[in-house]
Design a protein. Structure first.
Lengths: 219, 219
DNA sequence: CGTACGATTGATCCTGATCAAAGTAAGTGG
DNA sequence: CCACTTACTTTGATCAGGATCAATCGTACG
């Protein structure tokens, strides 16, 4: 739950090219960001809508005293940074080196006006993300540490291309801030799940789901 | 965090009339529900979109073992029950007796196809609700009991028509399930805020904000 | 090889949960 | 209208899960 300056500069701040598709097919400028670089900050003008082309992004909010909350992770193909108001309500940071497609907000609106299907998709994606946020609220609101970590692993497994083996791009600190726990508790809980035979941890960022039933019953 | 059968039947299950406006101006059938009546259940077909005409609604999710989470409260004029999939992911219940306008999902889609402004509004409301959910995740993920209760009171004050005096429609149990606390902790925290002079509690459902600065610094 | 960061493990403390009881308010039926 | 019931709220005592403080370990990197 601690938050310190973990940010470094983007390793290529220059827009590289024009992507074939932004949010569900919108064109936009591609920028590369280095691990831990800030893509946008809390309070920044929300003039763009973003999409992950490669890598992983986290949305974070920081309380005045430094406590950090990660609201969501975004993987390749997912969009983020869409706001109801004029400014961003969270910061976005690169969890790993990544390529991000930025599309001007206005371009999104313009296209939505002329394209019903797109407009519907836009809405659907917002509603889907809302459902995800509600699910996460359930985890934060009433689950134990063991349940939270198990839920997290199952969520990652579901969103991962390779079933059964997770290559977690994020640190224990990120997981902790996502689950409303401390890094120590996350670590201890993973150890506990290993001892139960639910998972196997060949390297700290790689987790093999050994027994899903056991994981699911822990969640 | 306990969940027991708190539901009774709607006191008038018959659609009463056709409302002038449903979601942002959509027509729909009005139904009255008694306090604690279920409007729809988790898993039910999401064929309608709802709007509160009068009263207060809560969206709840229940874990298998009975723990209950309230995801959001909805007051007069607010809509709820919009889902990405075919079924509802939460239950909706009447916190107080209330009148609800139900609009067929299809009617919403149809109108969105022909009316850009409406479509945009629909999207905006989803994104705004998402921002609210994110805010709440922050509360659930990193705040103390005192901070949660203070945040809650400030949120209610912001959404209340009368500034300074809150007429809470929901019980302490509802507040607890919304904040991820127990009813005892909520009660104790309210007492604590009273002792600090931040609030005044003439009756248990009425709370006067005496010192906002003190409340805000607690949040 | 040595440094630095991330992860794990250990010991102790504290906040909020749990268990328990009493107080309060609102209905209900006589 | 009042006694009784029932639901809701408050307060108290104790307990436990996870936070905090602290140290060590492992691994990637310069």
């Amino acid at each position: 739950m601690t938050a310190s300056a973990r940010l470094t500069a983007p390793f290529s701040p220059v827009p590289a090219a024009v992507a074939a598709n932004g949010l569900a097919g919108l064109p936009g400028a591609v920028t590369k960001y280095a691990r831990n670089a800030e893509i946008f900050g809390e309070g920044d003008e929300a003039d763009f809508v973003y999409r992950v082309r490669s890598g992983t992004v986290r949305l974070t909010r920081i309380l005045p005293d430094g406590r950090r909350m990660i609201g969501s992770f975004h993987f390749a193909g997912e969009s983020f940074g869409i706001e109801p108001g004029a400014t961003h309500s969270s910061s976005a940071e690169a969890v790993t080196d990544c390529e991000i497609v930025a599309t001007p907000r206005n371009a999104v609106f313009r296209r939505a006006e002329n394209d019903h299907a797109f407009s519907h998709e836009l809405w659907q994606s917002a509603v889907a993300e809302l459902a995800g946020a509600r699910q996460h609220m359930l985890v934060l609101g009433c689950q134990s540490a063991l349940e939270r970590v198990a839920s997290f692993l199952l969520e990652m497994a579901e969103r991962s291309p390779v079933a059964g083996v997770l290559s977690l791009p994020m640190s224990r600190q990120d997981i902790a801030d996502y689950l409303g726990l401390t890094i120590e508790t996350v670590s201890r809980t993973i150890t506990q799940l290993t001892e139960r035979g639910a998972i196997e941890v060949p390297s700290s960022r790689t987790i093999v789901l050994r027994n899903r039933t056991s994981l699911r019953s822990a969640a």
